[in-house]
Design a protein around this ligand. Sequence first.
Ligand SMILES: Cc1ncc(COP(=O)(O)O)c(C=O)c1O
Length: 954
Amino acid sequence: MTSCIRDLLSNDEFIARHIGPDSAEQATMLAAIGIDSLPQLIERTVPEAIRQANLDLSALPTSENDALVQLKAIASKNKVARSFIGIGYHDTHVPSPIIRNLLENPGWYTAYTPYQPEISQGRLEALLNFQQVIIDLTGMEISNASLLDEATAAAEAMTLMKRSNRKKNNNLFVADHCLPQTIDVVKTRAELLEIDVIVDDIANFANHDVFGAIFQYPGIDGSVNDLSPVIAQAHEQGALVSIAVDLLSLVLLKSPGNMGADIVFGSAQRFGVPMGFGGPHAAFLATKDAFKRSMPGRVIGVSKDSHGKPALRMAMQTREQHIRREKATSNICTAQALLAMMAGFYAVYHGPVGLKKIALRVASLTHCFAKAIQAKGFTTNSSYFDTLIIDTKDQTDSIIAKAEAKLVNFYKASATQVSISFNETITPADLIDLADCFGITLSEDEVTEASAAQGFDAALLRQDAILTHPVFNSHHSETELMRYMHQLEVKDIALNQSMIPLGSCTMKLNAASEMIPVTWAEFGRIHPFAPSNQVSGYHDLLKELIDMLSKATGYDTVSLQPNSGAQGEYAGLLAIDKYHKSRGDHDRNVCLIPSSAHGTNPASAALAGMKVVIVKCDQDGNIDLADLAEKAEKHAAQLSCIMATYPSTHGVFEEHIREVCDLVHKFGGQVYIDGANLNALVGVAPPGSFGGDVSHLNLHKTFCIPHGGGGPGMGPIGVKSHLAPFLPGHAVTPVLDMAEQHGAVSAAPYGSASILVITWMYIKMMGDRGLRDATFNAILNANYIAKRLDEHYPVLYTGKNGAVAHECIIDIRPLKAESGISEEDIAKRLMDFGFHAPTMSFPVAGTLMIEPTESENLEELDRFCDAMIQIRKEIGKVQDGEWSLEDNPLINAPHTADSLLDMEWTHAYSRKDAAYPLPWIKARKYWPPVGRIDNVYGDRNLFCECPPIDSYED
Ligand SMILES: Cc1ncc(COP(=O)(O)O)c(C=O)c1O
């Protein structure tokens, strides 16, 4: 009975909406695993030495509505100006059907990276479309999909040139007309690889002997020049050339591929993705066929399925083709897939004709404005696509002030120059307003009747056709686009279909209330370099988030700059390196990494110029303390750090983590705790309190940013105070509260700032209690699954008291030896039950790693366990000889509807066994769109473009 109105007010309803099991279900699960209460489970699971009862963010749970109201108040402190700042970020019209059907649609944003291609054909096609857009516009032979931002793409281009060029030379030329944030990140990344970056005028290129060069087209000075001569000259000198490009300009301009470029990179932001105060946006890197096998990032390719039909998959993928641990060429893992899909759909929606209209409108309005101000005596750059550098002399500040008073932002290019970059959103009325800032009166007719013309040499106009593939010429009405997007969406399994039990990936709920603010203009339409007096809402949000995340992790402060977990690793290692050097310790470059680590750990260490030394794990999967002691001592003088994941990637809370940290500290090393598994630590054992000096937090795991089919993500790093002075800064906009601005690791000062609202909402709505309960339940759910499955599939590792952490590894190796059925067969068979497979063969080959997260209720956990147990029974039938190893539902999985309709059914099992192996499947059947995909064929016959439409037909 409720006794008063207070009992009817509820601020904590969201906790129960986020956490799957209610108290009755929790009791059932606890009984199943033989434990009395959740606190007792935590006592049995988390080592006493690191347990810390209180999480004190001083945050009470807030209702969804109140949290949105609070966030709206913060948002309203941001001023949405009309932005003409440019410098790599442009306002754009995000097509409404793309907002509604993709950005705000869990069918797209809750999907995972397409490692299991049979249930990912929709997003693979969307990403292939993106690659085709990039190939067509850049004029290159192959493109990836995608990278984190334009500046890190430049750094990837640098390292690709370095390893592809046999020339013995460590000098890189970067033209000073490149974006300042690009130069900043390239310098950061070059330093530890001992590459010398020469920043100079492109006119002086011939004076330098280099292995590679980076130019920009059009340059930051707005000018549009034919780069063919300087590219030819570079090739003559034995250098490779990378060009940073602006995608919209390439709709009109001759392509850099046509000019002879080796690599072309850039950002796809202005193809319908909001500026978002810096991100998230997809970057791209395209290159020549000759370099395809050393491309960074993911590449989507065409292969065929078991029925011989075309099917898509990630090409060259042995987990990540470029993350070869310590021999890595890149550490890119999570990488902006959702934003690449948005850009791809933007091109699908507008098509070549629509894009040309947009590009020509931007170019023509720029030209019209240039003529108008030149007529009044202002001088500008003589060639331009969308950017004018105007000599404003002593009027510079007054013009900028006049513009700001109208909430119009220009960029101050120098003390005497204003830079204006025009974009898709500009109207004739805006142009009139802009002219007024220069004291010029323009009439509407003068603008609208001006001829459509561009401000660059006609010889540079593109002659070749772009986007000729049917997909770019078919879906221009909203009805057609909506249906095409829906067709792709339903091919895939995302969280709106069933649980995604991917170990280490934490596929938890991304709640609607967390997602709603992402599309608010006060967060989306803000340029990352907007004047600080326009972004105080963002500043409040960043400060509050830094405070909350610091408290949740036990660190002193947090850098919000890294755009992914792997970038966080890199930024953390950089801070460690700078810290050692600041103390005169110049030789500390050994990074100890347990053999069970995620591939990005050694990859990031290699990119930070460190020497990776692998530490063994013992038979229980724990770090082998004796081996660690031996290696730490052996490398004592060079010991930089250890990178350890906690709870370990083996899914257990290692008892000796404090000893591990103490040992490394004893030899002068620093401790990097990989925070990918923070879902088991928040409110229970913050890594900063048991010995970590730095950790990255995958906000796209523990803190609810959706995975988006392979990104966005955010990888902020928490650090202890001694590392705080060495966090990344920024060349254009100084990072808040940083005394010294060290080199940046991302293009924008706060990475993908607009999605930080998701994490803010999650923390606010959960409060201290909810966050702690989430951890408890994540651990409960994993232990329940381990208990139910153990008698069917042995659980590989457990902690001291027989419990697992928030995930568990089941060992398929003995079963495979007995039956011939592999972990891959199980993974593919799960698709017939409507489930995404658990993580396959990581960190131990021949195993499956299951992470249910706290968001799944008992019914869903049981459905998954029932499916796994049914599969075990099927394996039993193969073992018993009832079904042969060559013909059984596991080896033939997944089963498409098409294959079941074959008149002739020759299999040893029935159609019903194939499609409806358990009764409940019928009511919610997911039909895999393709049969099992041939990986080897795809890699041998690498084809990474949209195939002609007729190849999809029978
Ligand atoms: C343990 C671990 N560390 C690091 C990473 C890399 O994170 P990201 O994909 O955000 O770069 C992952 C990603 O799955 C991971 O599981």
